[in-house]
Design a protein around this ligand. Structure first.
Ligand code: F6R
Length: 264
């Protein structure tokens, strides 16, 4: 695991966007795993700008989202399909047929989950999985006690997640209580993971995930098992990291990061 500390939220977002753009330039057929949430909105905005101003090409890219609410029609403004169309897909030159989200409207939800896993395998697996972290430590909607080897499946949301996401759903009355989500095991199968975490509200849970024990109570801690996982954070989110001096030193001294030192 590598933790990269950037001075501000804006610079953390920019580094994440640059890393994604570099992968895409090197591999135009990139299979990109996507997340939703407030953190990703800013990142998607930057990727949209990179497409508009620098011609970043998504025409061959395939995407798989981590999760989708159960019972939320894709045309609803609160669905993750709508979110992705609005924040990213409509702003870049991706072929909509290459974009995938779990089907939370399926009659047979378990079959839809199996199909989703099969589709990822058919595409050769996820090359790069983007992640945020929930305040209870979840990745995707892998709430506490999710098995660390879990696959795409139905998951009940915690009251904490429901309260937090209700604001984005126009209130708790619209907020689904269940979702389909890639499992922790599905996420760990991605060839590379890139997590973006900003803001002081995430500082304590981030420290638990990165430096605490690996536990299903904080599913993001499972990323410690991943051989290629990078976590980009701003100073506020880094507040409780014990190893932050080392992480800063690594960013300053590893040759790989030299081209991004303008962000320091
Ligand atoms: C949603 C997802 C979630 C979010 C997490 C953080 O697709 O993957 O794990 O990344 O809940 O959300 P924000 O960025 O809103 O704090």
């Amino acid at each position: 695991m590598e933790v990269l500390i950037l001075p501000t939220r804006e610079k953390a977002d920019l580094l994440a966007a640059r890393i994604i753009a570099n992968y895409l330039r090197r591999k135009p057929h990139l299979v990109l795993g996507l997340a939703t949430g407030r953190t990703m909105e800013r990142l998607y905005h930057l990727l949209g700008d990179m497409h508009a101003k620098a011609g970043l090409d998504f025409s061959l890219c395939r995407t798989f989202n981590l999760d989708e609410y159960i019972g939320m029609p894709p045309e609803s403004q609160y669905s993750y399909r709508y979110y992705m169309n609005h924040h990213l897909f409509s702003r870049i030159n991706i072929d909509p047929r290459n974009t995938h989200l779990p089907n939370g409207m399926a009659y047979d939800l378990d079959a839809a989950c199996t199909k989703y896993e099969d589709e990822m395998v058919e595409c050769g697996g996820i090359d790069l999985q983007l992640l945020g972290i929930g305040s209870d430590g979840h990745i995707g909607f892998n709430e506490p006690l999710s098995a660390l080897r879990s696959r795409t499946r139905q998951k009940a949301l915690t009251p904490e997640t429901i309260t937090q996401n209700a604001a984005l759903c126009g209130g708790e009355q619209n907020m689904p209580k269940r979702a389909l989500t890639m499992g922790v095991g599905t996420i760990l199968d991605a060839k590379r993971c890139l997590m973006l975490v900003t803001g002081e509200t995430k500082a304590k849970i981030l420290a638990q995930a990165v430096e605490g024990p690996i536990t299903s109570m904080v599913t993001a801690s499972a990323l410690q098992l991943h051989p290629h996982c990078r976590i980009i954070v701003d100073e506020e989110a880094a507040e409780h990291l014990q190893g932050k001096d080392y992480y800063r030193w690594m960013f300053r001294s590893e040759p790989e990061w030299a081209e991004h030192h303008d962000l320091l």
